[in-house]
Design a protein around this ligand. Structure first.
Ligand SMILES: *Cc1c(COP(=O)(O)O)cnc(C)c1O
Length: 397
């Protein structure tokens, strides 16, 4: 059993804050400041260029990839870190399309995160082969998987509502129709149990600064199924994805397996922060995390609905169809969220009217949920959001 009191003690949360936004940016692990400072002074400072070998900076993208791989059911050696999730989505989609060269349609859904759709549209434009990006309602995806589709590109857990696709079922349908699958795990990794190998997913990508707590700017990860690893096209053929980067050959030769999805120099300082965040994940079992997450989200829904009739649940009521977040719609959602943040309950707002709360069992417990729900009841019941200072929108919501 995961000891959630022990994992909670590993995080440095400011006093008076109930942090329900770990689905956007995970909090600071207590070990991170010393680890990052040590990396900077002892590794960068003293080892200088030799740190790439001596401190293992160059091997980190694969080593940390395996630590994340455990949480998403990936076969060892088939996850690598680097770049941002937008870039990794682009790479995965490009490789998936190259495996299905006769077909011209990418299928996604309207609940996908905009950057995934933007990157797909940009890729299809530069391919200039007449591809279409077909975006349907999330509940209609299964019906649109036909032999016309080249690639099914989905985000498993909807960033706005927490609605969760059935990865196993949709991947099976995709394969039956000769479709290659690309799964975005941004709101899945560290939030729900994922078993990429069992699902037979072809490609997957995700970020490490949300539920995995790697810190702002932490690198993304990409997974390529073992059966594709030797022939996946590296569309961004950077030198560190080359088979022999330090041979400095004039011509690109793809590296072995998923390592070919590396592009350029890895962010060594950022990886030190992620490495220490993953130590906490070593204390956790994903099935325990899921069970606790369901308890917390169910409790939250029950408490908020019983005190705040003006809020409308935007997330699935059925916990099996929901990730680790709960969203409510409210016309003045932005102002209400500012009022909550002012009182220490940190969630976030997603346009046009969604108030979003993330539940992260590693450091949020039942008592936190009760305390947050009481503040929400106060803000909503007493219209505390209805003040001019809460109406002004900041750049990052
Ligand atoms: C958070 C998120 C991203 C963010 O992409 P970055 O390149 O890391 O900024 C992309 N896709 C989804 C589904 C997300 O939830």
């Amino acid at each position: 059993m995961t000891d959630f009191a022990a994992t909670k003690a590993m995080f440095d949360l400011p006093p008076g804050v109930l942090y329900l936004d770990g689905n956007s940016l995970g909090p600071l692990p207590r070990s991170a400041p010393d680890r990052v400072a040590g990396m900077v002074s002892d590794e960068w400072g003293k080892m200088l260029i030799t740190g790439w070998n001596k401190a293992g900076w160059m091997a980190q993208p694969m080593a940390l990839g395996d630590r994340i791989g455990r949480l998403i059911g990936a076969e060892p050696g088939h996850v690598v870190l680097g770049d941002t999730l937008s870039i990794k989505v682009y790479q995965a989609l490009a490789a998936a399309l190259a495996l299905n060269p006769e077909r011209r349609v990418v299928l996604s859904d309207s609940g996908n995160f905009p950057t995934d759709l933007y990157m797909a549209a940009g890729l299809l434009r530069s391919l200039d082969k007449g591809h279409e990006l077909r975006v349907v309602a999330p509940e209609d995806v299964a019906d649109h998987i036909t032999d016309e589709i080249a690639v099914l590109m989905l985000t498993e857990v909807d960033y706005g509502t927490g609605r969760m696709h059935d990865m196993v079922d949709l991947t099976r349908r995709a394969h039956a129709a000769g479709v290659v699958s690309v799964w975005d795990l941004a709101h899945s990794a560290g939030a729900v149990p994922v078993d990429l190998a069992r699902a037979g997913a072809d490609f997957a990508a995700g970020c490490t600064y949300k539920y995995l707590n790697g810190g702002p700017g932490a690198p993304a990860f990409i997974y390529v199924a073992p059966r594709h690893a030797g022939n996946a096209l590296p569309a961004l053929s950077g030198w560190l994805g080359h088979d022999s980067p330090f041979a400095f050959e004039q011509t690109y030769r793809p590296g072995t397996g998923v390592a070919r999805m590396r592009v350029g120099t890895p962010p060594a300082i950022q990886m030190a922060a992620l490495d220490t965040a993953l130590d906490i994940w070593d204390m956790a079992d994903m099935d325990d995390v899921r069970a606790r997450s369901i308890e917390l989200t169910d409790l939250f829904i029950q408490l908020v609905e019983s005190t705040c009739p003006m809020l409308t649940l935007a997330s699935p009521r059925d916990s099996a169809a929901r990730g680790s977040q709960v969203s409510f719609r409210f016309e003045h959602g932005y102002a209400a969220m500012q009022a909550l943040i002012d009182r220490g309950v940190i969630g976030d707002f997603r346009a046009p009217d969604v108030m979003r709360f993330g539940f992260t069992p590693l450091y949020i417990d039942h008592e936190d949920v009760r305390a947050a729900a009481a503040v929400i009841a106060d803000v909503m019941g007493n219209r505390l959001w209805d003040r001019p200072e809460y109406q002004v929108r900041a750049a990052v919501t």
